[in-house]
Design a protein around this ligand. Sequence first.
Ligand code: PMP
Ligand code: GLN
Length: 383
Amino acid sequence: MKRPLDSKLPHVGTTIFTVMSQMAAECGAINLSQGFPDYDGPSALKEAVKQHIDRGFNQYPPMAGILPLREAVAEKVLSCYGAKVSPETEVTITPGATEAIYCAVTAVVRPGDEVIMFDPAYDCYEPAVTLAGGVPVRLPLLPPGYRIDWQRVTDAITPRTRMIMVNSPHNPTGTVMEAEDLRTLEVLAERHDLVVCADEVYEHLIFDGRQHESVLRYPALAARSFAISSFGKTYHVTGWKTGYCVAPPALTAELRRVHQFVTFVGITPIQWGLAEFMRSHPEHLQTLPAFYQHKRDLFVAAIAGSRFRTLPSAGTYFQLADYSAISDLPDREFVAWLTRSVGVAAIPVSVFYEQPPDARYVRFCFCKNDDTLRQAAAKLAVL
Ligand code: PMP
Ligand code: GLN
């Protein structure tokens, strides 16, 4: 090549999830880093996918996803959030929430547009904005509550602000947005004509009797939002990389213009299997809060005797822990030591920040069999 290859993402390395899972595998450590279950999705769901493969559902599906799955999503958002959406014009099936987020950002953000997001933030937001030529404006969520400081948001809005990205339940902190947050977001988004990208992939993983405050519950907010979710989290099948986006027709049309040239479609038999399972097992969703709350409580209780100080996790399958009483190492070094010497892998929380605060937190993932959690906790409990 004659011209030097200037990276468009010079500050981005391999994602921490890949790095830590690889380190865990090399060391034979228990992997509580990357978020994926060590158990399978429901047997009936796997059977439904297998049957559709055998029956020949193996060619391209429609660009927006198969209609029965879009219908199942529309029924679900009606029953969960009271939102009536059209499966034809407002629901799009995507190969994972990641693709939906990328397409939503790419469809809306133009060079120079500012996009407000919150630190710590899931790692795919900033690169999507940067690749679109947008300017990420990262505002801090402050521990211990990691709440949004709405005054700070108001102050950060300029005539160039085009989008605001929110994530609830929140990765990595496990905090959730309250009704009041959504009402404030609604007012600000309307007042400043902002598009909202709402990452709700953990919508069904919410604890202690809370209800998930989806943007879809708030009609004026839903009218300017991409609401994005992931079947991977909800059905314990992260490797199937299937998600969806609900958005009003005008936003959906723009999202699909991009989606059709990024991946075109998601995988056919997976979509048929999910549609069948959602129709035949609607009760699955109701089992999730207790299922994960049990795992959270088991893990937190099992490391309670250690010097880790756990923060409350109200949703997701992640648990933050302050390790400052155990070590002065920076978090990346601490997790490397933890993986190699203690035999448990975790995620360093600083990777979710543009400018990490001077704090010592790691993220443990508790979507693991109870035995796995007990084994990991036994190793951590002595620290
Ligand atoms: N957003 C958040 C907050 C996540 O934790 C994840 C996890 N993978 C995703 C988006 C991406 O979901 P998917 O695997 O469906 O692309
Ligand atoms: N979302 C998962 C996590 O936070 C990881 C997904 C990925 O590896 N890209 O652990």
